[in-house]
Design a protein around this ligand. Structure first.
Ligand code: ZN
Length: 196
């Protein structure tokens, strides 16, 4: 039987293009999020990214590798990470992106509740967190995902559980706090995902 040229061409196309046939992860995606330059080193972060609630991870526009030692969250909602994988850095940068949600209402509320008069009076997770309310948020977010926030910072773990993780359908850390009689903040709506 002779294969027609058209059939042959389409067979070759299916065999070379279809990623479903290959077991290898798509280097151009890290759990759905586009990878800048399809840099395969980003795949080193797959376990860390898997710990981020899907509702938060969807907010990240793209993820790439930087030559610098520290990560970065850019205002186009993409994140850059060091080549040597540091899960905390990924969580910290995603924390920045989460903190920008609700058109700034989330971080404003954080400042009001935890940085009254421009200063934090309660325990923080690291010295770096003490720099600004925004770094405090990102550090606390990372510590929450790392399971370390409850050990140091009761106010922050309660705040994030209520305002950030409960809304992302993420298991909420149990606390023995007596419930409020009135709502602390209006519900924060996460912005629509910037990528499909
Ligand atoms: Zn930061």
């Amino acid at each position: 039987m002779r294969l027609s040229l058209a059939l042959l061409v389409s067979l070759v196309a299916v065999l070379t293009v279809s990623p479903a046939w290959a077991d290898e992860p798509d280097p151009c995606r890290l759990i759905e999020v586009p990878v800048l330059d399809c840099d395969s080193r980003v795949q080193r972060y797959v376990a860390a990214a898997g710990r981020v609630p899907a509702a938060h991870w969807r907010l990240v526009l793209a993820v790439g590798i930087t030559a610098e030692r520290n990560g970065k969250a850019l205002d186009d909602f993409s994140i850059l990470l060091p080549a040597r994988p540091a899960p905390w850095t990924l969580w910290h940068e995603v924390g920045h992106i989460v903190s920008w949600q609700a058109d700034g209402a989330l971080i404003k509320r954080w400042m009001l509740d935890l940085w009254p008069l421009g200063k934090s009076t309660t325990e923080m997770v690291s010295d770096y967190a003490n720099r600004t309310p925004s770094e405090d948020f990102a550090e606390s977010y990372a510590a929450y995902l790392d399971g370390k926030l409850a050990a140091c910072c009761t106010e922050r773990v309660i705040w994030l559980a209520e305002h950030v993780f409960a809304l992302a359908d993420h298991p909420v850390v149990p606390t023995n706090r007596t419930p409020n009689t009135e709502p602390v903040v209006p519900p924060i709506r996460f912005n629509a995902a910037p990528h499909s």
